[in-house]
Design a protein around this ligand. Structure first.
Ligand code: FES
Length: 159
């Protein structure tokens, strides 16, 4: 027939995207982890109506970000690693820390600084109630890559 395709078929997710779960499941759970494309453990978060995806293990020492609190620091939404409380921005994967202006001046004045991108952030899309992740395949090394190797995964599973 010549009728236009129904809206539910008018958009196909990019072929590099991987189905994670139904949106309602992540809305209920708040966070879901999944091995994507057989090669990457990804954490998907739902927070205040927005979806975010990143490498599941913290760039510092492989802490399980799935169990981290979500908090704002300096106006930026972060996940706080449960292991040593590193703060990682959910949008960019930047490591944030508090620096001291001048240690000789009391009271100490602190301010937030960024260590740059440390955690690999992935693209997350919702299509008709389904949530997809497209892996960030930029060839630039990012520190969280360290904990995505087959070796690390099997060691974790054996531990
Ligand atoms: Fe995440 Fe140390 S492993 S803060």
């Amino acid at each position: 027939s010549s009728s236009p395709p129904s809206p539910s078929h008018s958009f196909s997710p990019p072929c590099t995207s991987h189905f994670i779960c139904k949106k309602e499941d992540i809305v209920k759970a708040g966070r879901i982890t999944k091995l994507v494309n057989g090669c990457r453990d990804v954490l998907v978060l739902y927070h205040h109506g927005k979806l975010h995806a990143m490498d599941m293990r913290c760039y510092h020492a492989g802490g399980v970000l799935e169990h981290g609190d979500i908090e704002e620091f300096n106006g930026r939404l972060c996940i706080v690693c449960p292991w040593h409380k590193y703060k990682i921005t959910v949008e960019e994967g930047e490591g944030l820390y508090q620096a001291v202006d001048n240690p000789t001046v009391k009271p100490l004045k602190t301010y937030w600084r960024s260590k740059g991108v440390k955690q690999r952030i992935h693209k997350v899309t919702e299509v008709n109630g389904d949530v997809y992740v497209t892996l960030n395949d930029s060839s630039e090394a990012i520190e969280s890559d360290t904990y995505q190797t087959e070796k690390f995964r099997t060691e974790i599973l054996r531990a």
